[in-house]
Design a protein around this ligand. Structure first.
Ligand SMILES: [Zn+2]
Length: 400
C-alpha cells in the first residue's frame, strides 16, 4: 500500500538495560513525577515546565499552553504516578518508557479524572539521576516524500491510523493550500489520541467540551481516532485541522480573530475534500433563521467566553457565512479577509478593506440571503454513500 519508504521510528522493543540502571531510573523518574505533581498543585508553571524535555519544540509549546491554563483554572488535586513501576523499561539509548497514570480533580466536589498512557522519559544532561518528562510514547511515522514533510504519531495499537494519516495528508494539504492560495513546506505533525479523555487532558486539565480534533499555533494537530475511523472522515477531520494550520501561515495573531471565522473557514477547508454535509448544514442555518435562532456574531467570538455555549453555531453559522462570502466575493477576497483577521485586524475594518462593505452591511445581506429559501441550485447535493456526520461540525471546537 505504501509506495515509498517511510521512516518508522520507535516501534517495538525499547531494548534491555542493566538491572542497576533500572533501579536508579525508577527512583529518578518517581522523583520527577512527584515534583511535577507538586508543581501543578502549586500552580508553579515555571517549575512544572522545567521538568519537560526541551528538545521537542512542538511538545514544549503544547506543554506551555497546558500549564498556562492552570493560571485560570487551578486544579484541586493532581497526581502523576507510574501505574506499573515494574514495567518501566530503560532503552539502550538511555531513555525510558513506562505507563503513567494521571489523576486530577478540578474542584473539591468535582469527580476525579483518570487517564493512563505510556510515557517517555529522557535523562537530563545536566545532572546524573535527573530525568525529563517527554510526554506520550508514540510510534512515529515520518513521510518526507512530498517536499512538505509530515510526521504522524500514534500510541501502540493505532499504528495503522498513523500510516493512514501520512498517506492521505499530502493530497489534503494540496487542496487546502490551493484554497488559501499559500505554499507551506513546513513539517506538519499529527498526534492520534485513542480516547476523548486523553485528548482533552493533553490540551489542558480544565478542557471538558467534546471534540474530535485540536490545533493551535506551534502545536501538533491532535485527532481523536480509533482503528475503525473511515478514510473519508479522517480526510475531513485532517482538512479541517490543516485549515487552521493554513490560517496560522496567513497571520500570527489568530488568537485575536473571531472564533466563528476560524472555524467557518476550517469547515470550508473540510468541504474541499468531502462536501457531503453541506446541504444538511445549510438547511440547519435556514431553520435557525426561520425560528429567530441565529446568534449575533459577537456571541460567537470568544472561544473562552460566551461562545463556548454555542459551539454548534460557531461551526455551522460560521461556515455558512464563510461560504456566503466566498460565493459573493470570491476566493481571493475571502483569503484577504481571513489573512487580515489572522493578523489581528478589527473585524469591521478587515471587512471593509477586503470585501468593500462594512460588517453590519455584510451581516444584513447574509441574513437576507437566508430568506430567499432557495434549497436547490447552489447547494452541493449530499453525496449519498454513507452520509454519516460524525466528523461534522462541533466535532473539533477549540481554537482560541
Ligand atoms: Zn477547528
Amino acid at each position: 500500500m505504501m509506495r515509498v519508504s517511510l521512516a518508522i521510528l520507535a516501534i517495538g522493543s525499547v531494548g534491555a538495560a542493566h538491572a542497576g540502571d533500572d533501579a536508579a531510573a525508577l527512583a529518578g523518574i518517581r522523583a520527577l513525577l512527584a515534583e511535577m505533581s507538586e508543581a501543578v498543585e502549586a500552580e508553579d508553571i515555571g517549575d512544572y515546565l522545567s521538568h519537560i524535555a526541551p528538545d521537542d519544540v512542538a511538545y514544549l509549546t503544547e506543554q506551555r499552553n497546558w500549564a498556562a491554563d492552570l493560571r485560570d483554572h487551578p486544579v484541586h488535586e493532581f497526581e502523576l504516578t507510574l501505574s506499573d513501576p515494574g514495567g518501566l523499561v530503560v532503552s539502550e539509548h538511555g531513555w525510558a518508557v513506562g505507563e503513567v497514570r494521571m489523576r486530577w480533580r478540578l474542584g473539591e466536589f468535582e469527580p476525579r479524572k483518570d487517564v493512563r498512557f505510556r510515557a517517555r522519559f529522557t535523562p537530563a544532561g545536566h545532572a546524573d539521576g535527573v530525568w525529563f518528562y517527554a510526554g506520550e510514547y508514540w510510534t512515529v511515522v515520518r513521510d518526507d516524500r512530498h517536499g512538505a514533510p509530515c510526521r504522524a504519531m500514534a500510541p501502540e495499537g493505532l499504528e495503522s491510523v498513523a500510516l493512514q494519516i501520512v498517506e492521505v495528508l499530502p493530497s489534503v494539504r494540496e487542496r487546502v493550500d490551493a484554497m488559501f492560495g499559500i505554499t507551506n513546506d513546513r513539517e506538519v505533525q499529527v498526534k492520534v489520541y485513542p480516547t476523548m479523555e486523553h485528548l482533552q487532558a493533553s490540551i489542558y486539565l480544565s478542557y471538558e467540551d467534546p471534540l474530535g480534533g485540536w490545533n493551535e499555533p506551534g502545536e501538533a494537530i491532535k485527532l481523536l481516532a480509533g482503528p475503525s475511523l473511515k478514510a473519508r472522515n479522517l480526510r475531513r477531520l485532517l482538512a479541517h485541522e490543516y485549515g487552521h494550520v493554513a490560517t496560522f501561515v496567513l497571520g500570527e495573531r489568530v488568537d485575536d480573530a473571531p472564533w466563528w471565522a476560524l472555524e467557518g473557514v476550517a469547515e470550508l477547508a473540510a468541504d474541499t475534500v468531502a462536501g457531503h454535509t453541506s446541504g444538511a448544514r445549510a438547511r440547519m442555518v435556514r431553520g435557525w433563521a426561520d425560528k429567530g435562532a441565529l446568534k449575533a456574531w459577537d456571541q460567537l467570538d470568544d472561544f473562552r467566553g460566551e461562545a463556548g455555549m454555542y459551539a454548534q453555531w460557531v461551526y455551522v453559522q460560521g461556515w455558512h457565512m464563510l461560504r456566503y462570502i466566498t460565493e459573493r466575493f470570491g476566493d481571493g477576497a475571502r483569503n484577504d479577509w481571513i489573512a487580515m483577521l489572522a493578523a489581528g485586524e478589527d473585524l469591521d475594518i478587515a471587512t471593509r478593506r477586503a470585501l468593500g462593505v462594512g460588517f453590519d452591511e455584510l451581516d444584513t445581506s447574509w441574513r437576507g440571503s437566508l430568506e430567499t429559501n432557495d434549497d436547490s441550485g447552489a447547494e452541493e447535493p449530499d453525496q449519498g454513500e454513507n452520509a454519516d456526520t460524525d466528523t461534522g461540525p462541533a466535532q473539533s471546537p477549540g481554537d482560541g
